[in-house]
Design a protein around this ligand. Structure first.
Ligand SMILES: Cc1cc2nc3c(=O)[nH]c(=O)nc-3n(C[C@H](O)[C@H](O)[C@H](O)COP(=O)(O)OP(=O)(O)OC[C@H]3O[C@@H](n4cnc5c(N)ncnc54)[C@H](O)[C@@H]3O)c2cc1C
Length: 407
């Protein structure tokens, strides 16, 4: 942490949000809507990154409906998913049903995240107090004379000092971890993910496909012109898998989805087209300190299992805005309210992380280490057999636990 020196930039904002992902953009927009002057800093120059997940759940769309934005959101390109299927050892199982949910949009909208963030930016611009600074990388915290966090220092040395609060929404590699500001518990993850594109024929039906077999897990997301593919590997096995070559990976995916033609023109041919996404699962013990709050992956890095991280991040942002807005809009500090945000959001986070840990430790780790898979685990078989039961995961994944609505 650095103390105030030269090169100072006194931000006119009341609140500084660091990170323009789902948590940061939603939080920035909601605070500005409540009349709080809010600046969001995003280190990249655009939202055009491929690897952030594509799922917008009913809970998020319920928030957008409450803001009067759902119709405009649904005009953006997306595909609707009303149920979840998975292929295990060559057999297809249906394991989730969202169609019964009593909510404005009872489906998962599969929308590339750049499109979703672009949408939030366009909507947020309608609020006078909102500003977004792209290409702005925060590298350290600023300490105030009263011991509070007073803002951040940027990579060029500029100091950004909000009047009331700094909210960290900078994801799994958050400054709160690298600067050891808040203690963090690591839960580990047995896998990483190779992320790449595969060619797609014009109409293939199912939007989201998953296949699990001995030693192999793969997911395909329909992005209209191409398949976005995820191929899970044991953690730390990147070099070993790369050594087998892209041809081997392509063959694995083709074997997992024999009904598709994945070998057409534009197929995966170069090693550099394979991006490794590292999977992390952890949680801060405390999400706040005087002058600072962390939410989203910055407070609790989520694994991709269940596709819930984006929506949990949005729910954190809604809870934070609901709890803090009135005080901040009145121009007062809200340090004494920060623990309430953690109390509100920690329970759902713990439940989902426990579920992700159970899935990765009991099943995914075993699959990737080569334990023979001859049939699906019993919960999957039960869900497939009893359609009514599928509503339970549909509700939990779709609406979350203690889901938040904008006040
Ligand atoms: C392989 C993989 C696949 C996933 N798939 C899904 C899925 O399909 N559905 C789902 O719901 N979840 C998925 N997740 C989880 C999901 O990506 C996260 O939980 C979610 O993105 C968290 O949102 P966030 O806003 O908290 O953080 P992030 O999305 O990580 O956003 C953080 C933002 O902060 C910016 N930033 C970082 N550091 C700084 C800095 N120093 N200064 C300024 N800006 C900074 C980053 O550029 C980024 O824009 C997946 C995760 C992985 C690893």
């Amino acid at each position: 942490m650095v103390a105030a020196t030269h090169n100072s930039f006194e931000s006119a904002a009341d609140v500084l949000v660091v990170g323009g992902g789902p948590a940061g953009m939603m939080c920035g927009m909601l605070l500005a809507r409540a009349g709080v002057r809010t600046t969001v800093l995003e280190k990249h120059g655009d939202f055009l990154r491929d690897f952030r997940g594509d799922t917008v759940h009913p809970s998020t769309m319920e928030v957008l409906a409450g803001l009067g934005m759902l119709e405009r959101f649904l005009q953006r390109p997306h595909e609707k998913v009303t149920g979840a299927q998975i292929r295990i050892a060559g057999r297809d199982y249906t394991i989730g049903d969202l169609s019964h949910l009593k909510t404005p949009a009872p489906f998962i909208a599969m929308m590339p995240q750049w499109e979703f963030l672009d949408f939030l930016r366009d909507e947020a611009r309608a609020f006078a107090g909102f500003s977004l600074r792209m290409d702005t990388d925060a590298v350290d915290f600023l300490g105030g004379s009263d011991g509070r966090i007073a803002g951040v220092r940027l990579v060029d040395g500029t100091q950004v000092r909000p009047r009331l609060l700094t909210i960290m929404c900078d994801g799994r590699a958050s400054l709160v971890r690298s600067k050891h500001l808040l203690p963090c518990t690591q839960f580990g993850a047995p896998m990483d993910v190779f992320w790449f594109r595969l060619p797609k024929e014009p109409h293939n039906g199912q939007v989201l496909r998953g296949a699990i077999d001995t030693g192999r897990m793969a997911i395909l997301i329909d992005r209209r012109d191409y398949w976005q593919a995820a191929f899970l590997i044991p953690k730390g096995a990147e070099a070993e898998v790369r050594a087998k070559g892209v041809g081997w990976i392509r063959q694995q995916i083709q074997q997992a989805f024999p009904e598709l033609n994945l070998g057409g023109e534009g197929g995966l041919v170069r090693d550099e087209d394979l991006f490794l996404l590292s999977v992390t699962l952890d949680r801060l013990d405390r999400w706040h300190c005087p002058g600072l709050l962390a939410i989203g992956d910055a407070a609790h890095a989520m694994s991709p299992i269940g596709g819930i991280g984006i929506n949990l991040a949005i729910q954190d942002a809604v809870a934070a805005a609901n709890i803090l807005s009135a005080r901040l809009a009145a121009g007062h500090r809200a340090d004494d309210l920060l623990a309430r945000v953690q109390r509100k959001r920690e329970f759902p986070t713990r439940v989902f992380q426990r579920g992700q840990r159970a899935a990765q430790d009991r099943f995914i780790g075993a699959v990737l280490s080569g334990t023979p898979i001859t049939r699906a685990p019993w919960p999957v078989r039960m869900l497939d057999r009893w359609p009514l039961l599928r509503r339970i995961p549909g509700r939990i994944i779709g609406l979350g636990i203690r889901h938040e609505l904008v006040s």
